[in-house]
Ligand binder design. Structure first.
Ligand SMILES: Cc1cc2c(cc1C)N(C[C@H](O)[C@H](O)[C@H](O)COP(=O)(O)O)c1[nH]c(=O)[nH]c(=O)c1N2
Length: 210
């Protein structure tokens, strides 16, 4: 039996406040085993039917990393092209990945074909497989921050291309490409808010009572 006290709860709240999506990394390497440890923590996450559908690919190969970076550049150029006027000008100023600097690259997939969990909870909502993987990523994001490690989620990528680059089974659905490393700086406000792209809103805007 473990009990959590007020001090822990205050610190946990600070962890939520100070977790960031990181795009600006120092290039110094992560300690040996850091990514494996984060994956171990992620595997403690809730999953539909205890299916543990997360699949992790640590990307160390330089050619594969280069191919992912090239795909990001191509997708980001397309994304920029979809905006016009002032919004396009602002988009062009944003830094939307730390792929070039981050010492760690980690791709995360959902295994849609796994029998683990015997289908429990998935018959009516098959998408709960993907939800489970996102829950694991969130746990990893917070665990990393608690160690001073930053994590940046990159979704400006072509999933089919990532499949080919990483040569993973067809039944794996691409969920996230994560940059991992030490952040250049810490902040308690999202970078997109500081860049005046969007502002963070409070819970009152998203909560209904019925
Ligand atoms: C599913 C998903 C996908 C992405 C992101 C997040 C999530 C949850 N985010 C990070 C996102 O911009 C960031 O979380 C918000 O701006 C809020 O900032 P903090 O995470 O609070 O720092 C993100 N950021 C970025 O620069 N490039 C990207 O491709 C993505 N993609």
């Amino acid at each position: 039996m473990v009990e959590f006290d007020d001090t822990f709860r205050r610190q946990l709240h600070e962890l939520f406040v100070w977790r960031r999506d990181v795009r600006r990394f120092r290039t110094d390497p992560l300690p040996d085993g850091a990514i494996d440890r984060l994956i171990e923590t992620a595997c403690l996450s809730p999953s539909v039917g205890l299916s543990q559908p997360w699949r992790f690919v640590i990307v160390d190969d330089a050619a594969r990393r280069r191919a992912v970076i090239d795909d990001f550049k191509s997708c980001n150029a397309d994304a920029l092209g979809a905006y016009a006027g002032e919004r396009a000008a602002r988009y062009a100023t944003l830094k939307l990945s730390g792929l070039e600097q981050a010492p760690g690259h980690l791709a995360v997939f959902a295994d849609k074909a796994s029998d683990i969990g015997h289908g429990l909870g998935r018959a009516t909502m098959p998408e709960t497989t993907e939800y489970s993987v996102v829950a694991a990523i969130t746990a990893m994001w917070l665990a990393a921050r608690a160690e001073g490690i930053g994590l940046g989620w990159v979704s400006i990528l072509n999933p089919a291309r990532i499949h080919t680059i990483l040569d993973v089974p067809d039944t794996w659905k691409f969920i996230a490409y994560l940059c991992v490393g030490y952040p250049e700086a810490e902040c308690d406000r999202p970078e997109l808010e500081r860049a005046k792209w969007e502002h963070r809103r409070g819970a009152g805007e998203f909560t209904l009572r019925r």
